[in-house]
Structures are given as C-alpha cells and as structure tokens.
Design a protein around this ligand. Structure first.
Ligand SMILES: [Zn+2]
Length: 409
C-alpha cells in the first residue's frame, strides 16, 4: 500500500515517493557531553499531492522546535547573499515602492539583510521574525521588527495599525511553513489592491535535476514549482504573475503573486510551467528515478569515505550546514568517517552535529593542519569557498562533492 498524507494546500491526497528515515532537527547542535540526550527525531519523507502537485514533507515538525531563541542561521554571513538582497531592495525601491509613503513587510526578515537598505532610505517597513535572537540583531540595525510567526491574525493587526502593504516579501521562509492557508489569507488581507507578494525558495525542478537531496530537511516543508504555486495562489484568490530563476542556494525561483486580475502574468510564467511539463517533473516515474539517484549517491559517498579511511587519509567536512544533517544521517556517516566539520559559526563550534555527532571546529583548526580531503557540505557557495581556501588546494588538499553525483576535485 502506498503511504499517503493529506495535502497542506488543497486537502488532496499526498503520495509518498522517498523516505530518508529517522532524522534529527537540522540545527540541534549539542554539547559533546550531552549528545544524544533526549535528541528529537522524526521521519523525513517526501510526497507529492495527486491533486495540486505540491511536493511536501509527509510529517511536520512543530515550528517551535525549529525557530526559537537560538536559531543559528544568519543571512548576512555571506557576501554573495548581501549583494543578492541589496540588489533586490534597490529593485523594490525603484519599481514597487514609488507611491506616497509606501510600505513593505518582510516575513522571516532574519537579521535584516534585505530591509536594512530600505530602512536607511527612510521607507516604512516591518520585519516579522519569530526567531528572537536574529530579530534582535535586525532591531539593532534600526529595523522595525515584530517578533512573531506571520499568520492571518498577525496580518490583520498589521493592516489595522499600518494600512495595506505595497510589497510583502519572504526569502527562504515560505517553504518552511506548513500552515500555508493562514499565511495566504493574511497576505490577501494585508496586500494593497495593486500590491505584490514576492517570495523566493529552493526550486524543486533544480533539486531533481541536480539530485540536491540535501535541500530536503526539517525546515523545508514545501518544495515549490511554478505549477504548484499557481494552483496554490488560485485557491486563495491570488495569481502567479511572474517567476524568475535565481542562482542562490543551489537554484531558487522568485515568485510574484498579485490579487487575482490585478496584474497581467508575464510570459515567463507560462514558459516555466511548460519547461516543468517537459521535464515530467510531477510524474511519479521521475520522482522514483530521483530517489534511485539519491540512494546511489549515498552508496558512492560511503564507499569513498571508507576507502579513504582504509588508506589512512584524513577527511574533514566543510560547513556544518542544515543541509548536511540530511546527508550525514541518511548516509549513516559519523566521526569514524569524518574527523570534524569546519564551520565559521561560533554557535556551532565546540558542539557536535545533530544525530551524527561529528565535532564542529573553527576554520583555524582546518588551516592549522590541512586534511587530505574535505567534504564540501556548503556546496551552494562552492566558488566563493574554493577561492577563499586556495591554500588548502596548494597544500595538496582535495574537495569531495556529492551533487549531482559523488566527485573529487
Ligand atoms: Zn494539494
């Protein structure tokens, strides 16, 4: 019997296509002495809705488990991302925020990387951010922040206090949220008649094309396509009016929604949906073949690491990313195969990785005695990292990557 669940968008039937097994929370880095104590695990599995085609997790992790006071991810950590959001802020300022006293709301504003430029330009804005620590960082930069989960009730309160929003924006946030109905009802309520709701998230077609299965972890509940976003929008009186491929986080799409009939959809929408149909993205056979590729990557990566260990080579990891949790736990890789993972985040250093319990150490440990091989878990920043770590290469070090397949360079 196929495993099914109920679609969080349309109440249709979701059919499972891949099971990653028991997984921890991707950001649960524990003190070494306490590793394994009361560790939270859930079954990470993906399915597709047979009605609206939305790809989603079969099981949901309570949001308070994930986005809490100590949420460790900082958007501003990468210069590439600072540039990405800076350009977008400028585009909003010159195209959408041009009326008298315009207003922009960002859901999951993180440390304020996008809103900062708009705040500096004196534009009325509000960041809604549930993770207290990063919300405080945004507030310290002069950004107006409300510490909350965005939902219908919060949207009504914002509208009552501040009036309608010309832009509602969310980066790498919407795909985190299982209770989408409440979000979209809130958006419809808060949006100005000609306003836009813009969000960018990992693109499922790129995940399938690149076998980037590590985009699948607790915090990513939905995996959007142009087709499923168009369906989702329709169900709420919204319309998908533009799509744009963006080369961040291993392949994302920026979707623009407007109130139904308010704007004319661009040609890009129909083009992207046609490309998805050509890729047979929602065919079960395509999804099963993606699953077969993922199992192959697991087998290849584990064999390679065992072989290197047998030959006496030192292997470390580079970047204790949320994505690495899926790779390490699905593949069953622990400190026996990877000595430690180098990471710049001080909140992870000195701790061990969730589930797999590999020590996390600062980059100084990496540079003090370069290993023979480094597994690049932050592969979406490969170019930036490889340029920065030229000394590792010069010392004879080699990079191991695992998407789209296992390779050493
Ligand atoms: Zn559905």
């Amino acid at each position: 019997m196929p495993v099914t669940s109920q679609c969080r968008i349309c109440d249709g039937i979701v059919q499972e296509f891949f099971d990653f097994g028991r997984q921890p929370l991707s950001d649960a880095f524990a003190e070494p002495a306490r590793a394994g104590d009361n560790e939270f695990f859930f079954r990470l599995a993906t399915g597709i809705c047979t009605s609206c085609s939305m790809v989603q997790l079969m099981e949901e992790v309570p949001r308070e488990e994930m986005f809490h006071e100590d949420y460790p991810y900082l958007s501003s950590g990468s210069s590439f991302m600072r540039e990405h959001f800076g350009k977008l802020a400028e585009r909003f300022r010159t195209t959408e925020l041009t009326g008298p006293d315009p207003f922009i709301v960002e859901l999951g504003c993180n440390d304020g990387i996008m809103l900062k430029a708009l705040a500096d330009a004196g534009i009325r804005h509000l960041g809604v951010e549930p993770s207290g620590g990063v919300a405080d960082l945004a507030a310290a930069k002069g950004i107006t922040v409300r510490k909350d989960f965005f939902e219908e009730k919060v949207a009504s309160e914002i509208r009552a206090e501040q009036g309608p929003a010309d832009v509602i924006y969310a980066a790498n946030t919407l795909c985190h949220i299982p209770y989408m109905g409440s979000i979209l009802r809130g958006v419809v309520n808060l949006l100005a008649p000609k306003g836009v709701f813009v969000f960018e998230d990992p693109y499922f077609a790129d995940i399938v094309r690149r076998n980037s299965f590590d985009q699948i972890y607790d915090e990513h509940f939905f995996f959007f396509t142009a087709q499923s976003v168009r369906e989702m929008a329709k169900l709420h009186g919204l319309e998908l009016v533009d799509v744009e491929r963006i080369p961040v986080h291993g392949g994302e799409v920026r979707y623009t929604l407007a109130l139904a009939g308010a704007r004319t959809p661009s040609a890009a929408v129909a083009e992207l949906i046609a490309a998805e149909q050509e890729q047979k993205l929602t065919d079960f056979a395509t999804l099963e073949s993606f699953g077969a590729n993922v199992r192959q990557i697991r087998d290849d990566l584990v064999s390679l690491l065992r072989e290197l260990k047998d030959k006496g080579h030192r292997v470390v990891g580079y970047g204790a990313t949320a994505k690495s949790a899926t790779v390490l736990n699905f593949c069953g890789i622990g400190p026996d195969l990877i000595e430690f993972i180098s990471d710049t985040s001080s909140t992870k250093q000195g701790r061990v990785t969730p589930g797999s319990h590999i020590p996390v150490k600062p980059p100084t440990e990496f540079a003090a005695r370069y290993p023979d091989y480094a597994v690049l878990f932050a592969w979406n920043h490969a170019e930036e990292i490889m340029a920065k770590e030229q000394d590792f290469r010069d010392a004879g070090g080699r990079w191991i990557q695992y998407v789209p397949s296992v390779h050493v360079s």
